[in-house]
Design a protein around this ligand. Sequence first.
Ligand SMILES: [Zn+2]
Length: 228
Amino acid sequence: MNLLKNLRDLFVPYRCLHCKTITHKNQKFLCLPCSLQLSHTNFTNYNNNPLEKLFWGRVEIHQASSLYFYYKDSPIQTLLKSLKYRGLQNFGTDAAKTLIHELQNTSRFSNIDLVIPVPLHPKKKKLRGYNQVETFGKTIAKSLNATYIPDGLLKIVHNKSQTKQSKEERHNSVKHIFKANPKHNLNYLNVLIVDDVLTTGATLLACINTLKKAYNVNISIITIACVV
Ligand SMILES: [Zn+2]
């Protein structure tokens, strides 16, 4: 198999996922110039960071972080699209490893008991075959000695894509689409909710409100990328 792989590498050049230029196969996902365009937020060990401020006055959260700033038509958009639609789950694992590196320099997020992903509707999960945030969430949970609970939150309404909706429409359309899974008792636990990208915060806000309504929980959030 290795020989076959080596032969393939010889004849099928490895290309950057974003700009498609031929690049070294050891360069993961992106060529060097594109990977240098990834913009780290450095929010992980930063109290009262802009992501946390986004939730001020809306809901109480413990801590929030995101690895990268999200920009349209940029390498981070390509990576997240590949993670979501083309099965590039290794990127989720890699992003988590980078974030874990940041966690080593802070006591923030050290008290997490459970990691819960923003869920997909079962129909969508069946169609896609996986939740795009799973590898990211599982890897973070392992490093925090926390338990990963894929079904802590359930998506009970199959809503349409939010991408063309206004901020107001997004908040209204996601308000009642999640449900806390009664199978798990989350009372008095520290829960970390993970997602791939935060844009308006409407989805995460709906998840947080759903869990807080059902249980007395402390909530933190971490996403791979964010718009703030
Ligand atoms: Zn490139």
